[in-house]
Design a protein around this ligand. Structure first.
Ligand SMILES: [Zn+2]
Ligand SMILES: [Zn+2]
Ligand SMILES: [Zn+2]
Length: 256
């Protein structure tokens, strides 16, 4: 695809979504294309669909997929404000071929930079997940296309359901962490080479916990008003988690 094929891109003067300005094209101040309408970008600089396409194409060719305004301000400084792809696509009046080229290039450049990438289940564009603890991910392409937020679940790859952000699952039926589920269903297996070491650790843990339990029991006995029954001074009353852990460890040791 060559840009020359679309050299005559021009804004529709009746397009009410654009803000037309009567200034020179800030991306091509020396250009003499006076009869091409200029529109204002979000940063306030004026572009033509042609100059914007050329600039962004040149950026992609250099491996840059986050588009920043190159307009010169205050002598030598660049504006440098970032434009969203959606804004570029609209104001550069990208053709169908250009959209395909832009989106594929942006996706592959982004993939090279991050590994948390999955195709959007709806438009198949690669989407990057920035917050690795959040399964709710927004597809910017679908969101722009539908003009309403499109979010999908990183885990079940269905449209996001329920409140977000969440790290465990969405509200879609059957959305589970398969790895975690597998792990939970796994039976304990015995690895002989670790057995002796584990047994020693278990015993240490047990003796520590025994003395810990005993300590607490002693304290409790000391503070207990006279006449209370011995039944109540069970260690598990004081630290059920630790004692629960102890019971589990004890039974696993005794099973061997
Ligand atoms: Zn600018
Ligand atoms: Zn999408
Ligand atoms: Zn899900």
């Amino acid at each position: 695809m060559s840009l020359q094929q679309h050299a005559e891109k021009k804004y529709d003067p009746l397009d009410a979504t654009l803000k037309f300005v009567d200034r020179k094209d800030d991306l091509d101040p020396l250009g003499d294309d006076e009869d091409s309408l200029r529109a204002e970008m979000s940063c306030g600089h004026a572009v033509t669909p042609e100059s914007l396409t050329l600039w962004c194409r040149s950026q992609l060719d250099e491996g840059i997929y986050k588009f920043r305004c190159p307009a010169i301000v205050e002598g030598t400084k660049q504006c440098n404000k970032e434009w969203s792809y959606t804004e570029v696509r609209r104001l550069a009046d990208l053709t169908v071929e250009e959209i395909k080229y832009f989106e594929e290039t942006i996706a592959s450049l982004a993939t090279a930079q991050y590994c948390e990438i999955q195709p959007c289940p709806q438009c198949k564009t690669n989407v990057e997940r920035k917050d690795l603890s959040n399964l709710c991910v927004q597809c910017t392409i679908c969101t722009a296309d539908q003009e309403k937020t499109y979010q999908f679940c990183w885990q079940c790859l269905k449209q996001w359901k329920g409140p977000g952000p969440r790290s465990d699952r969405c509200d879609n039926n059957g959305c589970t962490n398969k790895d975690l589920q597998l792990l939970q269903m796994c039976k304990n297996i015995s690895l002989p080479q670790f057995e002796r070491k584990k047994r020693a650790t278990d015993q240490q843990t047990l003796s520590f916990q025994d003395s810990y339990c005993q300590n607490l029991s002693d304290k409790r006995i000391k503070n207990e008003p006279s006449g209370s029954s011995g039944e109540e001074i069970r260690p598990s009353r004081y630290h059920p988690e630790l004692c629960g852990q102890e019971r589990r460890l004890r039974s696993s040791v005794f099973r061997r």
